[in-house]
Design a protein around this ligand. Structure first.
Ligand code: SF4
Length: 413
């Protein structure tokens, strides 16, 4: 696979038939829009080489924060699942309005969530984005909720691309990767969408099938390529990124990832920003983005977030190839230095919500301390009880910050 599909610089994804994605989306035909698309792709390639721009080339929206799968390699399969929240349509609308002033060309309709759980929201935002001049709308999905009825709406809303994560060629490997028995349903949904497009004689949405490379499924990578190349519009092989709070044995060795860490500069903070379901504005679209929030809409505009000193510092870090200096990036890329402070021992700056919970815990533990002191005679037992109470307080506080996706891990390092 790697012989025919070389890794592009600064990418964690290898893609077949990339030229289809370079071309204007199927519904973009007017001369002015075709020219806008060409300018967008040129800017995208400059961003790929870590060149700064005035405004993100793409905005990603986490329209809600949940998933209908519990994959072991995702926050939704771990203990640190984000609380359910929904981005109000008006917020997405306001952000798109701001971005359209800068000629935004691309919107992704998901972040770390399954967007087809709430297809009405997805379609509403997709339609609005198109209305405001966005040329490219797309999303990634696990494909479970992608029947023909949804496909019809996607075509009607002129959604440009759908990326379906399948990760396997057999139900057994699919189960190992996704903890789901619905392999054949997902495959059927992809085929139905392709057939529907042919039947309706439209060229959108383009359909890409994804394969996340891990040591659990890597033996099926070649078969996956053979199964889907020429059937789907594109086949992508993704390298796994680190997931905060999720450590398991799915990781491939660096050699098998074909990745040259010494030449790696993450291009994502040069291309895009994310608006998460709780309104947080994030600097990149991987799991690590949630550990580096820049602010929140509507208090902060996208332009303010893009020019925020934290965002500029992140871009400067990647321009000089210093991703190892940032523990979030080092963990994301998977090149954690042995000397790097591991997450359980790192400093966590609580989020505003976390701080509130911690204060409540501190009050509760203080009250319990007073109760013990009031009722227990001075003794070794009382001393042990107070010591254990302190220990319990420390663990409870750590439980809050450690499992809060909005808490910052070792900021500034
Ligand atoms: S966490 Fe860092 S390395 Fe990972 S995608 Fe974000 S900016 Fe890039």
């Amino acid at each position: 696979m790697s012989a025919t599909m070389p890794l592009r610089p600064n990418e964690m994804t290898v893609v077949t038939d990339q030229e289809r994605f370079e071309a204007p989306p199927g519904d973009v035909t007017g001369a002015a829009d075709v020219a806008r698309w060409a300018a967008f792709r040129a800017a995208y390639h400059r961003a790929q080489a870590c060149e700064d721009g005035d405004f993100p080339l793409q905005l990603d929206f986490g329209l809600h924060a949940s998933c209908n799968f519990r994959c072991p390699l995702c926050v939704h399969g771990g203990v640190a699942r984000p609380p359910e929240s929904f981005l109000p349509f008006e917020t997405a609308q306001r952000v798109i309005d701001e971005a359209s002033e800068y000629g935004l060309c691309s919107v992704k309709l998901n972040y770390i969530n399954e967007p087809l759980q709430y297809p009405d929201t997805l379609l509403r935002v997709a339609r609005y984005a198109k209305k405001r001049g966005v040329l490219n709308t797309y999303f990634a999905t696990n494909g479970l909720a992608l029947p023909t009825s949804i496909g019809l709406h996607l075509i009607d809303a002129r959604v440009s691309k759908v990326m379906v994560s399948i990760d396997a060629t057999t139900p057994e490997t699919f189960y190992a990767m996704r903890r789901s028995n619905r392999f054949f349903t997902v495959v059927a949904h992809v085929e139905e969408l392709l057939n529907l497009r042919t039947r309706l004689r439209v060229t959108w949405p383009l359909v890409r099938v994804n394969f996340l490379k891990t040591n659990v499924n890597m033996h099926e990578a070649d078969a996956f390529l053979a199964r889907w190349r020429g059937v789907a519009d594109s086949v992508a092989f993704l390298s796994r990124v680190g997931v905060p709070g999720v450590e398991n044995d799915f990781a491939l060795s660096d050699q098998r990832l074909d990745r040259n860490f010494d030449e790696f500069h993450c291009a994502l903070p040069f291309k895009l920003m994310v608006v998460d379901a709780d309104g947080s504005i994030l600097p990149c679209c991987t799991f690590g983005g949630r550990s580096m929030p820049l602010g929140r809409t509507p208090e902060m505009t996208i332009r303010e977030a893009w020019t925020n000193p934290k965002m500029s510092a992140l871009r400067a870090l990647h321009q000089r190839g210093g991703f190892r200096e940032n523990p979030v990036c080092a963990h994301c890329v998977g090149a954690k230095e042995p000397s790097m402070i591991d997450k359980p021992f790192a400093y966590h700056k609580p989020s505003a919500d976390g701080l509130q919970k911690i204060t409540e815990l501190r009050l509760g533990f203080s009250e319990m301390k007073a109760i013990i002191e009031r009722n227990c005679p001075e003794s070794r037992q009382r001393a042990v009880a107070l010591t254990e109470l302190e220990t319990a307080a420390m663990w409870a506080i750590k439980a809050v910050v450690f499992n809060d996706p909005a808490s910052e891990v070792a900021p500034g390092l």
